[in-house]
Design a protein around this ligand. Structure first.
Ligand code: CA
Length: 450
């Protein structure tokens, strides 16, 4: 079934004179579902000649950057920008994308920077860029970051071990069942890939929405994404929350089922982000824009469902995710066998460029505020830290650079948000978050630590 793929090292630096005209048109227009690229089953063709996206006078100051990623679908735009030649197109001919052992390693690597053998930036859960900027997760050392774009929405889920099948541990789990487990001395154990960020936030939101207090009714623990399947198999945990393909793989391997897709908890929700060290971006402003433009074009490529088979082929390779194509293909196409039910909806799949609410790539500052507010809700941040990080939003979130890049890429005006806030958000339990009044959101919540 799978066609042989040429070694990446050759492909990565392959420069071809033939620019696929349809592709470049498609990237400028960024229409919802562009026509099928029939030549798309082989992944060795760069989308454009190296340097063809560089304008005179705007040449990047350096041609290299080291970006970290985690092997989940969120990383696709970084991998595709490298493999399909988008970085090279914008003059970044020597970008190194570096798989991180876990989120803690990514944090430690960005703290030392590429000069120290680490990374200059990459893929982050929220609100990690703020926690690093403020020194909260970097032992007090401030590592100022710039958020350049959101990498994706959706594509995450909460997987539950098979032994809880038929016990009402679905989208709205039954609090009585959790209380019974606790009374019996086997408190429900829920894991995530890094504490106090997206995955813990999703699992807490999911539980609390049904009246289950995540601090008293369950036990929470951290497990690296790549270890989750093995750990659930040996019974080390009852649930975990992470990016595809890991939740889906639980079902494919008949270890468990999926209680909720994050797309069901909050449609078109903010997920993971591209952020780089502020000192790198300040030193190399043209290179920063080149990196961002390449990622934005890769996002448009990834968002086209006609490219998803090829995307799966690339991501599944050993050097990236190292998983069978089949476990990646189904969720990439929005086909989720959740074990207890089936979802078949492309709009519930991971999306990279556009979703029902508009731009995926544009980093809305209102979403950063929600992550910080949710962090305060659970007392991940104390009041002083909440206030300090909130005050950083306009410094850390560089939506202005995104807009410049969008204009220079010829993205149509209708696809460039004009407001830094996406407005009022509504979650699956009917709770609303008004970015203009986060205190009202906090006071309306039933389960919280503040
Ligand atoms: Ca995620």
């Amino acid at each position: 079934m799978s066609q042989p793929i040429s070694p990446l090292s050759r492909r990565k630096f392959l420069v071809t004179a033939s620019v696929i005209a349809t592709t470049s048109v498609l990237l400028k227009g960024c229409v919802g579902n562009p026509p099928s690229d029939k030549s798309a089953s082989v992944s060795s063709t760069p989308t454009a000649a190296a340097g063809s996206g560089v304008k005179a006078g705007a040449e990047p100051e350096v041609k290299t950057i080291k970006l970290g990623y985690t092997p989940i679908v969120e990383a696709a735009p970084l991998i595709i920008a490298s493999v399909k030649g988008f970085f090279a197109k914008h003059g970044m001919t020597d970008v190194k994308i570096d798989k991180q052992a876990n989120w803690g390693a990514a944090r430690d690597n960005v703290k030392i920077g590429s000069a120290g053998g680490g990374i200059d930036g990459g893929q982050w859960q929220m609100p990690m860029p703020y926690l690093m900027t403020e020194g909260i997760i970097t032992d007090g050392t401030k590592v100022p970051m710039y958020i350049l774009c959101q990498l994706n929405t959706q594509g995450n889920g909460i997987a539950i071990a098979n032994k809880h099948k038929g016990k009402n541990v679905g989208l709205k789990p039954d609090p009585k069942y959790f209380a019974e487990l606790k009374a019996g001395g086997t408190r429900f154990k829920a894991a995530y890939t890094f504490p106090k960020a997206n995955q813990e936030i999703w699992i807490r939101y999911w539980l609390a929405a049904s009246g289950i207090d995540p601090d008293s009714e369950v036990e929470l623990l951290t497990v690296p994404a790549a270890q989750t399947v093995a750990d659930m198999k040996r019974g080390a945990m009852d649930a975990f929350s992470t990016g595809d393909p890991w939740p889906y793989r639980i079902v494919a391997d008949d270890i468990g089922f999926i209680s909720a897709l994050t797309a069901e908890l909050w449609e078109a929700h903010p997920e993971e982000y591209l952020a780089v060290r502020q000192d790198w971006a300040e030193k190399y402003p043209n290179a920063t824009k080149a990196v961002l433009k390449a990622v934005m074009e890769a996002q448009q490529w990834c968002d086209n469902f006609d490219n998803r088979k090829e995307l799966v082929k690339i991501l599944s390779q050993r050097e990236y995710f190292g998983v069978p194509e089949a476990v990646l293909e189904a969720p990439m196409m929005g086909k989720y066998n959740l074990g207890e039910r089936v979802v078949d909806d492309k709009q519930k799949a991971v999306l990279y460029w556009k979703d029902k609410k508009g731009s995926v790539s544009y980093p809305y500052q209102s979403h950063d505020l929600w992550f910080l507010t949710e962090s305060y809700r659970w007392k991940f941040l104390d009041k002083a830290q909440y206030d300090a990080t909130k005050a950083l939003i306009s410094k850390v979130n560089r939506e202005d650079i995104w807009k410049q890049c969008a204009q220079e890429l010829g993205i149509s005006a209708g696809d460039i948000p004009t407001d830094k806030s996406r407005g009022i958000e509504e979650f699956f339990d009917g709770v609303k978050f008004d970015p203009a009044n986060p205190d009202a959101y906090l006071s309306g919540l039933k389960i919280k630590r503040v």
